[in-house]
Design a binder for this molecule. Sequence first.
Ligand SMILES: NC(=O)C1=CN([C@@H]2O[C@H](COP(=O)(O)OP(=O)(O)OC[C@H]3O[C@@H](n4cnc5c(N)ncnc54)[C@H](O)[C@@H]3O)[C@@H](O)[C@H]2O)C=CC1
Ligand SMILES: O=C1[C@@H](O)[C@H](O)[C@@H](O)[C@H](O)[C@H]1O
Length: 336
Amino acid sequence: MTVRIGIIGTGAIGRDHARRIEQVLAGGKIVALTDVNRESAEAVRADIAPDAEIFQTGEELIASPLVDAVLVTSWGASHEQYVLAAIAAGKPCFCEKPLATTADGARRIVDAEVAHGRRLVQVGFMRRYDAGYIALKEAVTSRTGAPIMVHAAHRNPTVPQHYLTPMAIHDTLIHEIDVFRWLLDDDYVSARVIFPRRAARSHGKLRDPQVVLLETAKGVVIDVEIFVNCHYGYDIQCEVVGEDGIARLPEPMAVQMRLNASLQNPILTDWKDRFIASYDVELQDFLKAAAQGTATGPTCWDGYVAAITSDACVTAQEREGEAVAITLPSRPALYS
Ligand SMILES: NC(=O)C1=CN([C@@H]2O[C@H](COP(=O)(O)OP(=O)(O)OC[C@H]3O[C@@H](n4cnc5c(N)ncnc54)[C@H](O)[C@@H]3O)[C@@H](O)[C@H]2O)C=CC1
Ligand SMILES: O=C1[C@@H](O)[C@H](O)[C@@H](O)[C@H](O)[C@H]1O
């Protein structure tokens, strides 16, 4: 079966996902597009999906009988309304992170899916599909002994002017928040944030870099450096310290050069390239499940826990240095 896909939001990642569905993956076809900026949807139709119909609104696209399943790749603040509409229509929905921009919003989605009684939503936490993280999880499960600490870094070369201090959590750290729960099979109990001096390239409304300290229920302490004006590249680092040894996330494959009396390893500069294979695998998974009218992979519960944890981290930013407690409600059986 070919799953007929509608995409809501045809900016950077919406366009990239359209490309992979039309040109890389099997089992999907883009039949519908919408964007508040109609020209963007028209450009994606012209470049990638010539047969797609352009809809005025996301709600009309979701309701259309042309569409079997939906990709929500618009700005975070609009995700909740579209995911709820997809659940109400009983259509499988892939939602880019964040599932919702507030924990209450994410809870409404959890409740709607639970009331529906079957999984329909996959959240775009693509790192769980990354070959490096999968190998790291295998090493942590079978070789390092029980984890004690995690040292991590999430570095972007630059960010736009509208990227403010809380976005370092909601937009950027949220990937670590999700992937470390999965990697350690654990949940968080507290968060703390420490700010070094502001980097010279950071703009006036952004405190960059920052260090987030997360503590888990099993007592693991995780430190994550978020540095979104690091300038030199897009760099994701992770090292797990266990009872018996240490496991490191592999670097992306690259040709090492010996040139001009130096050893050189290129570093990527764009998230699209760093996680290109993971996006392919997560969306192939989505298409496979959507063909059966359901969803697999990261759940609404994962999106909800990420939202609760993000909110705690933002409070921790405001109370610099203080530990902020994280408490989770009980998990519905649908997500056990
Ligand atoms: N998994 C990952 O690594 C990544 C995830 N993302 C997530 O994907 C989402 C989109 O990010 P980008 O593509 O980078 O942003 P973008 O700004 O390039 O594209 C977003 C598009 O959505 C459209 N849009 C905004 N509100 C809309 C609405 N209510 N209805 C329809 N269209 C609407 C905008 O006009 C724009 O064309 C964000 O939630 C972001 O966090 C983005 C980059 C990487
Ligand atoms: O999700 C992403 C962006 O939205 C975000 O702005 C970046 O910081 C992340 O590295 C990228 O993966």
